[in-house]
Write a protein that binds this ligand. Structure first.
Ligand code: NAP
Length: 524
């Protein structure tokens, strides 16, 4: 496939190419299945331009880059490869739009978001097909993601009308003391490829509901889902310049990111992606003392205590570990199993993995495990498995590249894993279940907390005292007790330690896009 994480592999087409040659809708069609007759097709949501100030635009340089389906390696299409100049232009448009958008009423913003939600729902299947084509995840999971993404649009349509200030009992009879909440300004956003739709609506809709405008850079591998969202937002009546999407290749990502972070116009940066990139953006935002939200990598512990319901724990592992082929930030990463139930758990997990997991193309109904995002991701997972085997882990299932294609890796079960192995220390980001045996609760909590990350953590126990103790001790932002799938629109999402800053979703998510202003009226 063309599109791997190596920057050289991104094909930059020269500006000498005629525009007609850059139109790729037709090339793309053999990678996106057609719609049933009468339904808007997935291809009608495939845009080969970026979206700035309500217009479909090319890069000033004329450069484009290609996006491929990670399952087949076929080209889906191309989008503009934008740079710092293009980003600056988008920032200025977003700033002009902000001056108007902040004057709208909460109800006006709410009604537009609500319409956007309805349109997303109406086109759910076609949006999901586009997502599967560019990300590779099974269509059923893609539909789930579109539901999740739409849910954030709906949620923030509702939250827009619930931004309340305060009236403070005054310190003198002649004074009145108030707290106002005001939109922070233009927000810069950078999102990853593993949830190409939901990570956008979770951020952008909070900002838009608060009265902010947005300049967003989606991941190189998955720009089409972002652009499709822009089309629906436009149809819903979102004014020009409120949502702007700047597409760029991995080569240009640092300059686009730096332009957002260093701009004095941008008042807020919201990023979801790796911890390494998050630290760079945090540093770059320091010069303008920006408010920054970071949703970064995890290394989720998944603990099974002796008292656990083993069948429930295995089912919880399956859903937590293998969603999106193990490429989610909240995937179980180091699975810790107490010695009394270790053999039973491992045997049952191996059995269920064999029964339930099917590797293949995301458009095949029987597929539960799509490809990894690109060949570099497969290289990383393969080297993590090799490291574990070399250091003495047992291989109970899988363990190698799949014959389904270049980007596929077999679901893998490793036993007798130790804390020295890379699969315990690093975020695996692939379909590898790494099981560590432990003796005591203290030991499990210590291993769980030994990481610099602190996003999600899970444990299975039937002991009520233990449930309270461990839930309080785990150093994570999200804790699943006897449950492996805990993300919800209504619940706060975010990490502690190096997993990030701030919370998204829930009643707290909109706070990141609001400034608190204290107003004291004297002389009354
Ligand atoms: P990544 O390399 O950090 O990329 C994420 C985004 O940042 C992409 O849009 C990428 O653009 C951009 N980017 C990369 N380098 C940049 C730079 N120097 N300046 C500005 N932007 C830059 O992360 P990833 O490996 O694709 O994504 C997986 C990671 O995201 C995992 O660690 C996962 O745990 C984390 N994640 C966290 C959450 C959460 O909510 N906590 C959710 C999902 C994923 P290009 O694609 O063009 O390189």
């Amino acid at each position: 496939m063309v599109c791997c994480m190596c920057s050289r592999s991104v094909q930059i087409l020269s500006r000498q190419l005629k525009l007609s040659q850059l139109r790729v809708f037709h090339i793309a069609m053999d990678t996106v299945p057609p719609a049933a007759s009468g339904v808007r097709s997935a291809s009608s949501f495939l845009f080969d331009k970026a979206f700035v100030n309500g217009q479909w635009v090319t890069a000033k340089s004329g450069s484009v880059y290609q996006i491929t389906n990670p399952s087949t390696g076929k080209t889906i299409g191309s989008v503009p490869d934008m740079n710092a100049d293009d980003t600056q232009q988008a920032i200025e448009k977003a700033n002009a739009a902000f001056l108007r958008w902040r004057e709208t009423t909460a109800k006006e913003r709410s009604l537009i978001l609500r319409k956007w939600f309805d349109l997303t729902n109406q086109n759910k299947l076609e949006l999901a097909k586009l997502l599967t084509a560019e990300n590779g995840k099974p269509l059923k999971e893609a539909i789930g993601e579109i539901n999740y993404a739409a849910g954030f649009i709906e949620w923030y349509a509702e939250e827009a009308r619930r931004v309340y200030g305060d009236v403070i009992p005054p310190t003198a009879a002649s004074k009145r003391m108030l707290v106002l909440k005001q939109p922070i300004g233009v927000a810069g956003m950078i999102t990853p490829w593993n949830f190409p739709s939901a990570m956008i609506t979770r951020k952008a809709c909070a900002a838009i509901a608060a009265g902010c405008t947005v300049v967003l850079k989606p991941a190189e591998d998955t720009p089409f889902s972002a652009l499709a969202m822009c089309q629906l937002a436009k149809e819903a009546g979102l004014p020009d310049g409120v949502l702007n999407v700047v597409t760029s290749s991995r080569d240009n990502a640092p300059s686009v990111g730096n332009t957002l972070c260093a701009s004095p116009i941008i008042k807020k940066i919201s990023f979801t992606g790796s911890t390494v990139t998050g630290k760079i953006l945090l540093q770059q935002s320091a010069s303008t003392v920006k408010k920054v939200s970071l949703e970064l990598g995890g290394n989720a512990p998944f603990i099974v205590f002796d008292s656990a319901d083993i069948e429930a724990a295995v089912q919880g592992t399956m859903v937590s570990k293998f969603r999106c082929s193990g490429q989610t930030c909240v995937c179980a990463n180091k699975i810790l199993v107490q010695e009394g139930v270790y053999e039973r758990y491992v045997a049952r997990l191996a059995e269920v993995m064999k029964q339930e997991l099917r590797v293949g193309d995301g458009f095949d109904d029987s597929t539960t495990q799509g490809p990894l995002i690109n060949s570099k991701a497969v290289d990383k997972v393969e080297s993590i498995v090799e490291d574990a085997k070399k250091l003495g882990a047992g291989l109970l299932y899988g363990g190698k590249r799949s014959d389904k294609g270049e980007n596929f890796f077999e679901p893998t079960l490793l036993s007798n894993v130790t804390v020295e192995m890379r699969c315990a220390k690093e975020e695996i980001f692939g379909p590898v279940a790494a099981v560590i045996k432990f003796k005591t609760e203290e030991e499990a909590v210590a291993i769980a907390n030994s990481s610099n990350s602190g996003l999600a953590g899970y444990f299975y126990s039937q002991n009520l005292s233990q449930i309270w103790r461990v839930a309080e001790k785990l150093e994570v932002g999200l804790c699943g007790v006897n449950d492996g799938l805990i993300s919800a629109i209504e619940a706060p999402f975010g990490g502690v330690k190096e997993s990030g800053l701030g919370r998204e979703g829930s009643k707290y998510g909109i706070d990141d896009y609001l400034e608190i202003k204290y107003v004291c009226i004297g002389g009354l």
